[in-house]
Ligand binder design. Structure first.
Ligand SMILES: *Cc1c(COP(=O)(O)O)cnc(C)c1O
Length: 436
């Protein structure tokens, strides 16, 4: 009886994972030991980086106190921004609950630093879906295009490398800001390594030294030991309900980089003349500090989940990006399942493994900012948080699911096992069924 109770297998069975799925998962996990050890080393390094920044900034419990109203002299907010600047090696930071999402933070960075007549260039292809309306690639009220800011794009070459010749032709005297998206987002191109981003920035700066290089750092924070600010980025921008919030930040975005760039962005966020001086932190500072403190280990758990998913689905015969062996530069895993039924079943498995809302069944819906219905699984403590275990799939060809997050590796593992369980329960035929 005691043994029955204590058996992990039994526990998985009670959660709905069959012995066959579990055995398959354990076999895959066994092959990943070395990779997981190297992820833990990166997490250890980044943990020290964060602790060092917190010590240098002399974080103290008074910084966790709430402010209200205008938020003048919000000590905690100012020290939090110093910690972000130190952690990511920038001169200044803007880290606020008033930055409502990653898209908002990127909009503030772009619109704060661009002026009518300027050009914005993306040398890495089409940016993340929600930025299409920010920029005006898809017409939208209030887009940069409406304010007279032109947009140019140079696509990656077919093998995913930079089109240096195309970039050289695109950069001109009006090019003010170059936006570089680190993560693939909902595309199937490879995610860029920080080193590749550094090479691209060096090239752009040889063409035009005063151009502002901004990196959309969403999903990339703490995956490597260096960040784009270590290789010449003038600004990095991201969401606190992804990596750097560590699962604890209930809202927020951040910008880190050159002081003048951050200041211009701050005048856009609040108002000209006000900038960083206003913005009450409303009692959220402790979760921002503590979330950043936990972020390196949370990111490590999410990375292990992504690599596990890649290996599970690759062995089953599905195309996966990145593949099971590749080095990682963000926490996203794409799996091309090839049919609407399969991506929906996958997402339902992720949902069924959640600590919150495990009993609901995700269905596709028309999300604002996206051009096709999206099915999303997220049994999250923070609504829409994608550092928590989550999966999204636009219901369009090639029917790929984008999987990310997991506050702990064990939860990510359960989620992936459950996704496979749902696929087999629904009788979806696995391409490589013999392996299973
Ligand atoms: C998530 C994401 C965004 C937008 O962030 P939201 O918080 O969803 O608005 C932008 N760029 C990339 C690469 C992302 O992954």
């Amino acid at each position: 009886m005691e043994n029955e109770k204590m058996s992990l297998e039994n526990m998985y069975r009670e959660l709905g994972i069959s012995q066959k799925v579990l055995n398959f998962g354990l076999k895959i996990e066994e092959e990943l030991k070395e990779r997981f050890a190297s992820i833990d080393e990166t997490a250890e390094y980044n943990q020290m980086k964060v602790i060092k920044a917190m010590q240098k900034a002399r974080v103290s419990d008074i910084h966790f106190a709430a402010t209200t109203g205008y938020g003048y002299n919000d000590l905690g907010r100012d020290v939090l921004e110093e910690v972000y600047a130190r952690t990511f090696h920038g001169e200044a930071a803007l880290v606020r609950p008033q930055l409502m999402s990653g898209t908002h933070a990127l909009h503030v960075a772009l619109s704060g630093n661009l002026r009518p007549g300027d050009e914005l260039l993306s040398p890495v292809g089409k940016p993340y879906d929600t930025l299409e309306e920010v920029i005006g690639i898809r017409d939208s009220a209030g887009s940069l295009k409406e304010y007279g800011i032109e947009y140019r794009q140079v696509d990656l070459l077919s093998e995913g490398s930079f089109d240096y010749e195309g970039i050289k032709q695109a950069v001109n005297e009006r090019t003010k800001l170059v936006t570089i998206q680190r993560s693939k987002g909902y595309a199937t191109r490879p995610t860029l390594s920080v080193r590749q981003i550094g090479e691209l920035i060096s090239f752009v700066k040889t063409l035009k030294p005063d151009v502002i290089c901004m990196v959309d750092n969403c999903y990339g924070e703490f995956v490597e030991r260096i960040e784009p600010t270590d290789v010449g980025a003038d600004m990095i921008v991201g969401s606190l309900i992804k990596n750097p919030g560590g699962g604890l930040a209930p809202i927020g975005g951040y910008l880190v980089g050159r002081k003048d760039c951050i200041e211009r962005a701050s005048y856009r966020l609040s108002a000209p003349g006000l900038g960083k001086e206003v913005g009450a932190s409303l009692g959220l500072n402790q979760s921002f500090f503590q979330g950043l403190f936990l972020a390196p280990t949370v990111v490590a758990g999410a990375l292990k989940g992504a690599i596990f998913a890649a290996n599970v689905y690759e062995h089953l015969g599905y195309p996966v990006v990145p593949d099971g062996k590749e080095a990682r530069h963000d926490i996203i895993q794409a799996v091309t399942l090839g049919s609407p039924e399969a991506v929906i079943a996958f997402c339902q498995g992720i949902q069924a493994a959640a600590p919150v809302d495990s009993f609901v069944t995700p269905e596709p819906w028309d999300m604002p900012g996206y051009d096709a219905p999206v099915v999303m699984a997220a049994g999250a403590f923070v609504q829409g948080s994608s550092i928590e275990l989550s999966a999204d799939a636009p219901i369009k060809e090639p029917y790929a699911v984008f999987f990310q997050g997991g506050l702990t590796w064990y939860h990510a593992k359960l989620g992936i096992l459950m996704s496979l369980q749902k696929l087999t329960d629904k009788g979806i035929s696995l391409p490589n069924v013999n392996f299973f």
